[in-house]
Ligand binder design. Structure first.
Ligand SMILES: [Zn+2]
Length: 325
């Protein structure tokens, strides 16, 4: 009860502050999507169903001005939204692009280049498939370099699910080789695991070129291997940033001047990361903490608003409350 009251007070204070700020600066909100597809299960809640996506975009177009992530945000006349996508899933081309083109809404897609053209799923999807889609398994108490807090009897679905939630945050901060060895240990211990799902793949080079040729699309970099940059040395951070940009530039044969931090929360990048992005010549970089963009917002720490599979009216309600409108 007290917690609930405190939360309501905090929400009220937040809204009042945003309302006040709206008097001096027109609000701009950068939306973050990941997937547009109808999935049987979605434990990370990253997918918006195609029908919903179309309804959401139509409602956004009716209610807000829409700008690009890579254009000037000066001189806004009314509340504005910017559409972005992270990771580069193939469903972005199949389901999102036709809607964007039909409604003439621009969007920016940040691509994890290390998975481009591979049938391999992004590591968090692979973990979900191996643990939550398998039908059985042996007991695990250690995977790769991770010593688990207890033994997990993976013959039982509830234990596989508990293990999934335990190791997801731990895999996030491992290096690529260690992450691979942990995932391999889990895969070997499971039985009845389905093959890699083609609906979970990332776009290939031809598909990226097709995206890039649309007047509605801007492509940006999102590192090679999708590790939190804060977990890497400055040299390795630089390589992840530069290599992803160079690869993407080569594939789409045009400059890439925007970037988004993998995971993107405040602890997932550092001042070094920001300095590297500035030095690399990016004009704007997306983070993934919640916030409204104001005139004073750092262009290398652009906050975003995570969109879920909500009905269009719920999205508008949440967005207006978020922006103090
Ligand atoms: Zn990402």
């Amino acid at each position: 009860m007290i917690k609930q009251r405190l939360k309501s007070l905090r929400d009220l204070a937040y809204s009042a502050r945003e309302c006040l700020l709206n008097q001096v600066s027109v609000p701009l909100v950068v939306l973050i999507y990941h997937r547009v597809i109808d999935l049987p299960t979605d434990p990370q809640q990253l997918a918006v169903r195609p029908v919903r996506f179309r309804q959401q975009l139509q409602a956004l177009k009716d209610a807000f001005e829409i700008r690009r992530f890579d254009q000037s945000w000066a001189g806004l006349d009314r509340p504005t939204v910017v559409i972005t996508f992270d990771d580069g899933y193939a469903d972005n081309l199949e389901y999102a692009l036709p809607v964007l083109e039909e409604l003439e809404i621009p969007a920016t897609f940040f691509i994890t280049t290390g998975y481009v053209g591979s049938s391999r799923e992004l590591w968090w999807d692979e973990l979900e498939r191996v643990l939550l889609c398998s039908s059985g398994g042996t007991t695990l108490s250690r995977i790769g370099p991770i010593v688990l807090d207890r033994a997990y009897d993976c013959a039982q679905a509830s234990e596989r699910e508990a293990l999934y939630h335990t190791i997801h945050p731990q895999l996030k901060i491992l290096g690529v080789a260690e992450r691979e060895s942990a995932l391999a240990d889990v895969a070997v211990a499971m039985t009845g695991t389905p093959e890699a799902r083609s609906s979970y793949r990332v776009m290939n080079v031809n598909e990226l070129a097709q995206m890039a040729s649309s007047p509605m699309v801007t492509l940006g970099a999102h590192t090679v291997s999708h590790q939190p940059l804060s977990s890497l040395s400055v040299t390795d951070q630089g390589a992840e940033i530069e290599d992803s940009r160079t690869q993407l530039c080569d594939w789409i044969e045009r400059p890439v001047n925007v970037f988004s931090y993998p995971f993107g929360d405040r602890g997932d990048y550092t001042q070094d990361t920001v300095d590297l992005c500035r030095k690399a010549g990016f004009i704007r970089v997306a983070a993934n903490h919640a916030g409204v963009v104001r005139r004073t917002t750092d262009p290398f720490r652009v906050p975003r608003f995570l969109v879920r599979d909500w009905p269009a009216d719920e999205l508008l309600f949440r967005l207006r409350r978020f922006a103090g409108l």
